[in-house]
Design a binder for this molecule. Structure first.
Ligand SMILES: [Zn+2]
Length: 241
């Protein structure tokens, strides 16, 4: 947010070829294997977010400033297609974001909000920014036993990565990876919430040693509460990135 314009980003990590079909307002992904599937339309999501932001501005009775939403496709190999060419200003690969932001900033040179109003808007937005907890267990009628335990191999997709010294190695295909567990921890946070203990980490990632689990947890540089025993780590930082 600048005094002249608010830019907000909706980031999507989707691979394959994606198609923004504007006649029926569909968002379709085609995988390498040629399978087509529909996803929630990010353009609808940003429309809803714009409406919410406008509401925040009007509640605070600040001057209304331009709101520019961008849908950012984080995977550089994803092919973006649409039957509406004007969308190329809204939907873009991550690498283009800095250039697009500069373009936007130079097209809105007039200051609309004073510092005082900006701070009020910021405070209001921070207050609203309560992370949305979606209970996937509830939504998909899952039990925690339905969740595959272990660390997934990025090469063969099995959950058989084992920690060997400073690295992780797949028992199935012998692929070696030093950060394989990060994705597992993100999955944990998305499924069970961002707090994790040593015991939970061992159970989820199938690690037998408490000290190995401790090393992993302290290497994350995540905030924690509690003493050495029963310490609870906050994984929120992993999901922000
Ligand atoms: Zn493997």
């Amino acid at each position: 947010m600048t005094p002249s314009v608010s830019i907000f980003l909706e980031i999507k990590n989707i691979s394959g070829t994606i198609f923004f079909e504007r006649k029926f307002k569909q968002f379709i992904r085609k995988t390498k294997e040629g399978v087509e599937e529909g996803f929630p339309d990010p353009l609808l999501q940003i429309e809803r977010q714009s409406a919410l932001l406008k509401k925040t501005f009007s509640k605070l009775s600040t001057p209304v400033m331009p709101l520019i939403p961008l849908v950012v496709i984080s995977n550089p190999n994803t092919v973006i297609k649409s039957n509406d060419s004007t969308l190329s200003n809204t939907i873009l690969h991550a690498a283009r974001v800095p250039f697009r932001i500069n373009e936007i900033l130079s097209s809105f040179p007039n200051e609309i909000l004073h510092l005082k109003d900006m701070n009020r808007v910021k405070r209001a937005l921070l207050k609203q920014n309560v992370p949305q907890a979606i209970d996937v267990f509830d939504r998909y009628s899952l039990k925690s036993n339905d969740i595959l335990k272990g660390v997934e191999c990025r090469q063969c997709g099995t959950f058989k990565m084992k920690k060997k010294n400073r690295r992780w190695r797949c028992d199935q295909c012998l692929y070696v990876d030093s950060i394989a567990y990060i994705e597992a921890l993100k999955d944990f946070a998305r499924l069970f919430g961002p707090s994790i203990t040593n015991r939970q980490l061992r159970e989820f990632c199938l690690i037998s040693s408490t000290s190995v689990a401790n090393k992993i947890l302290s290497s994350l540089n995540c905030p924690f509460t509690g003493g050495t025993k029963g310490r609870v780590y906050d994984l929120s930082r992993l999901l922000d990135g």
